[in-house]
Write a new protein. Structure first.
Length: 113
């Protein structure tokens, strides 16, 4: 059974930073492309960042240059380093293996002064 546990969210002021983590179990983590999504209130869930099994990365235009996705296969964990945060980054953030329809509980990120 696939289990995804996101953590690291919180309340941060504009311009601040957070590092999200997502621990995966029940899968051979190293072979999967991993995605980070976010969902803001009243909006559809959107893809934020992707990292492939060979560590190629891709980002939504809205976060390019501010967010960095990385992975540690030894820990079955994918990370999202978020810098220069803006109020519009406020959302619940989720990780997901690209080809598995399974979601964790997400972690809330709130950017506000």
């Amino acid at each position: 059974q696939v289990r995804l546990v996101e953590s690291g969210g919180g309340l941060v002021q504009p311009g601040g930073s957070l590092r999200l983590s997502c621990a995966a179990s029940g899968i051979i983590f190293s072979i999967y492309t991993m995605d980070w999504y976010r969902q803001a209130p009243g909006k559809q869930r959107e893809l934020v960042a992707t990292i492939t099994s060979d560590r190629m990365t891709n980002y939504a235009d809205s976060v390019k240059g501010r967010f960095t996705i990385s992975r540690d296969n030894a820990k079955n964990t994918v990370y999202l380093q978020m810098n220069s945060l803006k109020p519009e980054d406020t959302a619940v953030y989720y990780c997901k293996p690209r080809t598995i329809d399974s979601w964790g509980q997400g972690t809330q990120v709130t950017v506000s002064s």
